[in-house]
Design a protein. Structure first.
Lengths: 460, 101
C-alpha cells in the first residue's frame, strides 16, 4: 500500500455534524498537504447547524457564512451524507471501520436547566426550543408558545437571551421579510405581550451580551428598552473590571445600559423590555401553568474578573405569563464515545478524544461546542477546528494504512440495508432552491420546510 | 455595514483576528491587514481578538479613524487573502506597549 495521505491511499475522514465547526474541520483537512477524502454526516436533511437554525432570522447577514460552506462543499474531496443519525442509523464503531478518523462536531443540542421547582410547568420553556421553533427546525415544529400573556421573562443575559427577547419585542413588520418560519410569524402576529424582562444573576458590568446585540434594543420600532438607574450601581471590583483597557466590550455594554436608563419613554411604543440584574430564579409557582416567579436578590463577591453571584435570601415575586430559560446550551452524549457529564462535552486534549481519565482514544477527534462547551460565535469555531485538524494530521502515521478502508461506500451499504434515504449535497441544493423559490412571493429570502418528510418529498 | 481595521494594526500585524474570521475576509500587505467589506458578515468575532484594539464596527469607529473605511475597501480589493495566523511583524510587541496595551 502507498503511504496514507497520498493519491492512491487517501486518508478517509468522517465528520459528524455539518454546522460551522464541521465545515471548518472539512476545510482544514481539504486544504492540507495530505490527500484526504472528507465525508460529513448530518442528522437532518439540511446542513449548516446553528447558522441555519440558531442565528436569528433578523440577522440574515450572519447567515452569509453559508457562502463559504458552499465553496467547501463544492470541492471534489468533500461529500455530504445527510438525513443520517450516528448512533441510530450507523454506529461509531462502524465509522471507525469505514474511515481512518472520526471528528465529532455535533454541537450542543439540549440546554442547561435552572434546577428549580416549577421549571416543568406549562408556560416554562427553553430558549433552545423557542429559537429552534422560530427558525423552522423540524424537532421543534409542533411546539406551542402562549403569547397571549402580558409578561414574558427571559432568564439569562447572553446573546441567545438577546435573540429571544428581541424577537418577542419586534413587530411583524420588522420580521415579515426575514426567513423566520411562517408558523412562528403567525403566532408572533397575535402576541399580546406588554412587558419583556431579561434577568441576569450578576451585575450590569458582567452581562454577556455583545455590544452589537444590545445596541439593537435601542432601535426597535415598538419597544422601549428600560434600565433602572439605581440598578447601574457598581461595586469596586466591577469598576475595576470596566476600567481594564482590554475589557472594552463590557464597557460598551455598561454604556449602553446607561444610555437606556436615561432615555425618555416613547409612549407610542406598546412594549417595554426591562434589563434587570443581581436576581436569581428561586421558584416558579402556578396551578396548571406558570403564574408567578420568585427571584432571589444576589450580591457579588470575589476578585475582579471572578465576580460570582451569591444569594442574599431576600426575595421578590413577579407575575409571569411565559418564561424562557437561556442559561446555556448543553451537549448530548453519543453511544460509544466518552462524555464529561458535568460539562456536557466530549473529553479531549486539544481535540483528540480521551477517556475521562485522560487516556487518548484512537481514531476519535472533536471540535466546536461539543469539544469546548457552548460558548463563542461562528468564527470561534474556525480556530477550534483548525487546532483539532492539526492534531489529527500529526497523528497520520498512527492510522492503519495497510487495510483499504471502505469510506463512504461502506456507509452507503449499511444505509441501503436499512432503506435509509441519505441526502447528498446536490439533493440539498434542490431543497435549498425550492425554499428560496417559496420565499419569493412573500419577499422572504426563503420559506423553510419545517417537516423532514416535506424536505424529502422535494428530492424523491 | 462592515468592520474595519485601523491605525493600530500598522507595524504590528498580530493576525490573531484571522484565526476567528468565519468567512476569510482579511487581506494583507507588508504593513497591516484590511477587511473586505463585500465579504465581511459583521459577526464581530475579530474585534476582541486584536491585542491592540485596531478593529471597529463602522458605526462605532472614532472620527479620526474614519478614513480607514475607504482604505480597507480599496486595499482588500487589490491584495491577497490571508488564510492563517502569521507571526507578528518585528517590533510588534514594542508598538503594543507604546500604544498602552
Amino acid at each position: 500500500m502507498d503511504n496514507l495521505g497520498t493519491d492512491n491511499n487517501p486518508l478517509l475522514a468522517v465528520i459528524v455534524g455539518s454546522g460551522p465547526s464541521g465545515f471548518y474541520a472539512a476545510e482544514a483537512l481539504i486544504k492540507s498537504d495530505v490527500k484526504i477524502k472528507v465525508d460529513i454526516i448530518e442528522r437532518l436533511p439540511s446542513p449548516y447547524g446553528l447558522v441555519r437554525s440558531g442565528v436569528a432570522p433578523d440577522h440574515q447577514k450572519l447567515k452569509q457564512a453559508i457562502n463559504l460552506y458552499k465553496k467547501i462543499a463544492d470541492t471534489p474531496d468533500f461529500n455530504l451524507i445527510a438525513n443520517v443519525t450516528v448512533g441510530k442509523d450507523v454506529s461509531v464503531e462502524e465509522l471507525c471501520e469505514s474511515h481512518h478518523a472520526v471528528i465529532f462536531t455535533c454541537g450542543a443540542e439540549t440546554d442547561r436547566k435552572l434546577g428549580i421547582s416549577g421549571e416543568e410547568l406549562k408556560g416554562s420553556h427553553t430558549a433552545t426550543e423557542f429559537v429552534g421553533w422560530y427558525n423552522g427546525h423540524p424537532d421543534y415544529r409542533d411546539l406551542e408558545f402562549d403569547l397571549s400573556q402580558d409578561v414574558a421573562v427571559i432568564i439569562g443575559q447572553g446573546n441567545v437571551a438577546a435573540d429571544v427577547s428581541r424577537i418577542l419585542s419586534k413587530t411583524v413588520d420588522e420580521l415579515r421579510h426575514t426567513d423566520i418560519a411562517q408558523h412562528a410569524l403567525d403566532v408572533l402576529a397575535e402576541s399580546k405581550l406588554k412587558e419583556i424582562h431579561v434577568i441576569g444573576r450578576r451585575g450590569p458590568a458582567q452581562a454577556k451580551f455583545t455590544p452589537k446585540e444590545l445596541r439593537e434594543f435601542g432601535e426597535l420600532s415598538d419597544c422601549n428598552p428600560i434600565v433602572q438607574e439605581q440598578d447601574l450601581a457598581l461595586n469596586d471590583e466591577s469598576k475595576k473590571e470596566l476600567e481594564e483597557k482590554s475589557n472594552i466590550a463590557n464597557k460598551k455594554i455598561y454604556d449602553l445600559f446607561t444610555n437606556f436608563s436615561k432615555r425618555e419613554l416613547d409612549s407610542n411604543k406598546s412594549k417595554k423590555c426591562f434589563f434587570s440584574f443581581l436576581l436569581g430564579p428561586k421558584e416558579i409557582t402556578g396551578n396548571t401553568s406558570i403564574e408567578k416567579l420568585i427571584l432571589e436578590k444576589n450580591e457579588l463577591s470575589g476578585e475582579a474578573f471572578k465576580q460570582s453571584a451569591k444569594g442574599t435570601n431576600e426575595t421578590i415575586e413577579i407575575d409571569v405569563g411565559i418564561l424562557f430559560r437561556s442559561i446555556g446550551y448543553r451537549g448530548i452524549p453519543i453511544v460509544g464515545v466518552p462524555f464529561h457529564e458535568s460539562w456536557g462535552t466530549i473529553p479531549n486534549e486539544k481535540g483528540r478524544v480521551t477517556e475521562n481519565n485522560g487516556a487518548i482514544v484512537e481514531q476519535l477527534y472533536t471540535a466546536g461546542w461539543i469539544k469546548r462547551g457552548p460558548s463563542g460565535i461562528i468564527g470561534t469555531n474556525r480556530a477550534c477546528s483548525v487546532e483539532t485538524v492539526n492534531c489529527l494530521l500529526d497523528d497520520l502515521t498512527k492510522f492503519n494504512s495497510e487495510i483499504k478502508k471502505s469510506g463512504a461506500e461502506g456507509i452507503y451499504l449499511i444505509l441501503n440495508d436499512k432503506n435509509i434515504r441519505h441526502v447528498s449535497f446536490d439533493d440539498w441544493a434542490e431543497i435549498d432552491a425550492k425554499e428560496v423559490e417559496l420565499g419569493k412571493p412573500k419577499g422572504k429570502p426563503r420559506e423553510k420546510y419545517t417537516y423532514i418528510d416535506e424536505m424529502l418529498s422535494v428530492i424523491n | 455595514m462592515t468592520t474595519i481595521v485601523t491605525d493600530n494594526c500598522k507595524n504590528c500585524r498580530f493576525t490573531d483576528c484571522v484565526s476567528v474570521c468565519p468567512v476569510a475576509c482579511f487581506h494583507y500587505d507588508d504593513e497591516m491587514l484590511y477587511i473586505d467589506p463585500e465579504v465581511c458578515i459583521d459577526c464581530s468575532a475579530c474585534i476582541p481578538e486584536c491585542p491592540v484594539q485596531a478593529i471597529y464596527e463602522d458605526d462605532d469607529i472614532p472620527e479620526d479613524q474614519e478614513h480607514w473605511i475607504e482604505i480597507n475597501a480599496e486595499k482588500a480589493a487589490a491584495l491577497p487573502v490571508i488564510e492563517e495566523q502569521m507571526e507578528p511583524l518585528p517590533g510588534a510587541e514594542e508598538r503594543k506597549t507604546e500604544l498602552g496595551f
